[in-house]
Design a protein. Structure first.
Length: 182
């Protein structure tokens, strides 16, 4: 079970690859994802213990310098976040929907983690900048009040970084909409 994760997002693919290398060499971390995203950015997502992740993320930020878009260290990531990134969450009972849309992958993962910790919600998915012009979004589901609280908490995280695009709560989504999301 993964307890802590960190991510650095870069504007340069070449610099991102070099930073992935230094991040792996700096501390005892595991690279979970190191890949390009739209529009020509590069992300490095790592796991490990908190101090190792902090050292590794700091090394990536230092080497990446002016190519760093965003970053984070989440000490106790919610266990539903990584499966939602890989698209493994399949929920049967969808009630209200909450959507948070951001300009960066890092701010979206932080927002989603904050959202699921703030309300009794489950993430349906986290879409990370692939094929959507570098934007990212998450969809969470639960009871209306919980979804509202979760979306507010998550969107605050992204807004504080200046990276929130939009937040939406849909109290009773249509069956057709729910089917289109699966």
């Amino acid at each position: 079970m993964i307890h802590a994760i960190g991510l650095v997002e870069f504007t340069s693919i070449a610099q991102g690859i070099e930073c992935a290398d230094i991040m792996a060499k700096t501390a005892d971390v595991n690279i979970l994802v190191a890949k390009t995203t739209c529009p020509g950015k590069y992300i490095v997502l790592i796991s490990g213990d908190v101090s190792a992740i902090q050292q590794s993320v700091n090394a990536g930020i230092e080497l990446g310098a002016d190519t760093v878009v965003d970053s984070f260290v989440i000490p106790n990531v919610h266990p539903s976040i990584l499966p939602a990134i890989s698209g493994a969450n399949s929920l049967k009972d969808i009630k209200a929907l909450g959507i948070i849309e951001t300009y960066s992958v890092a701010s979206l993962i932080e927002a989603a983690d904050s959202a699921v910790k703030a309300g009794d919600v489950e993430p349906l998915l986290l879409h990370l900048a692939f094929g959507i012009g570098g934007k990212s979004y998450t969809i969470v589901t639960g009871e209306v009040a919980s979804v509202k609280a979760a979306v507010e908490a998550g969107s605050t995280v992204a807004s504080d970084k200046g990276l929130l695009i939009r937040k939406v709560v849909i109290p009773r989504p249509s069956k057709q909409l729910i089917e289109s999301l699966r």
